[in-house]
Design a protein around this ligand. Sequence first.
Ligand code: HQG
Length: 183
Amino acid sequence: MPNLTRLSKFVSVILRHRANDFDIHLDAQGFTDFAELKRIVVEKSTDVYSEEDWQKVLNGELDGKKRFEIKDGRIRALYGHSKVDPVSYPKVEPPEILYHGTTPQAEKSIRREGLRSMKRQYVHLSSDLERANSVGSRRTEHVTLLIVRAREAALAGVEFYAPEPEHFLAKSIPPNFIDFPQN
Ligand code: HQG
């Protein structure tokens, strides 16, 4: 059985962080030729992936998270890019509230300086509490759930983007738009 998680991670690494190392050129929106990307993955992989395997990975069927977008024979990572090649998205109107799951340690500095994109290009937010919780639980057993008053932030000029319907991005969120747990 080919390891589809490995395929998904490999494609993520190339498209999010290391395109140059694989001689892949990303355009301003982060897209590259899909056939070319596939050729490189096949060349570097020990597993053999069927067309169906690729579709599963591209559609996010492994864990319900859609990470890639295909358009006119070109592919890009939907989100998660490091600083190398900036990706831009159309601005959207956010819902009233968005959520972010983090660690108790990070909470202290987020109270001071707000949410920052850290190693990525954007802060990641979720419209769904469950998903924010699972993002936080990648790092801690005791997830701190933050509530972002997104509509209010948008009115004050913070721009929001949505690479997929329940997943929102912003360059940063100042602390005055964040509700922290009472403790
Ligand atoms: C924290 C995965 C200190 C922030 C996930 C987070 C998501 C601060 C960490 C997606 C801070 C950054 C994104 C501040 C933010 N001081 N810590 N001022 N501001 N932080 O991984 O949101 O599987 O870049 O709370 O599922 O955890 O890769 O962001 O803990 O969807 O497709 O700094 O990545 O998707 O961590 O996760 P990350 P994230 P994939």
